[in-house]
Design a protein around this ligand. Structure first.
Ligand SMILES: CC(C)(COP(=O)(O)OP(=O)(O)OC[C@H]1O[C@@H](n2cnc3c(N)ncnc32)[C@H](O)[C@@H]1OP(=O)(O)O)[C@@H](O)C(=O)NCCC(=O)NCCS
Length: 161
């Protein structure tokens, strides 16, 4: 693969026809364990928001994906980010960062705070922090230090539909 930085990648809003390629990418990125995560419980009840979900393409080949889901945290409407994945050969060229920033900007423009479960050392560079999330209750076991938010001083309560 040619390094994405060396050529133009394109970024598009997710379309229904992209789902098969995205599933294959997620299988490679996370393996079979991806379905037992607490984040997956959220995705079972949340409303998918394709308008805030994006794909990165190298020509016709999918390089990365980020998906967004509408939820409430307690009574506060919010959007849950994830999964985020970039094809192994395309990592460290900024594709993941571009996808996070596009999805986050779309959610913030629509007035939603964004919630996710991920590593603060990665997501912190995009403004995500665990500090507002101490009172967030995920639908399953989670390391609370990995529950991060953008665009809210404080989120509290169960993550629900
Ligand atoms: C996480 C992921 C999406 C990043 O994609 P990417 O296109 O490489 O991201 P970027 O190019 O924007 O950023 C790469 C940088 O983030 C760092 N990074 C990646 N994952 C990290 C993590 N979990 N914690 C801290 N830093 C991380 C890389 O080391 C790299 O650092 P550098 O810029 O100093 O070289 C990609 O590694 C991936 O698909 N991983 C497997 C799936 C996954 O873990 N998804 C996230 C779920 S929370």
């Amino acid at each position: 693969m040619i390094a994405p930085a060396e050529q133009a990648l394109s970024y598009t809003q997710e379309q229904p026809a992209d789902a098969v390629a995205i599933e294959a990418l997620l299988d490679h990125a996370f393996g079979p364990g991806r379905f037992v995560k607490s984040s997956e419980r959220v995705r079972e009840f949340a409303l998918f928001r394709p308008d805030m979900s994006f794909c990165a393409w190298d020509g016709g080949r999918l390089v990365g994906s980020v998906r967004m889901w509408q939820v409430r945290v307690g009574d506060t409407p919010a959007v849950f980010l994830g999964p985020l994945a970039v094809q192994a050969a395309g990592r460290k060229f900024g594709v993941g960062g571009e996808l996070v920033q596009m999805a986050s900007a779309a959610a913030r423009a629509a007035g939603f705070p964004v919630l996710l479960v991920g590593d603060e050392p990665y997501f912190g560079r995009f403004g995500y922090s665990a500090a507002p999330c101490r009172g967030v209750v995920m639908p399953g076991p989670v390391d609370q230090r990995r529950v991060l938010a953008l665009g809210a001083d404080k989120l509290e309560g169960p993550v629900r539909a």
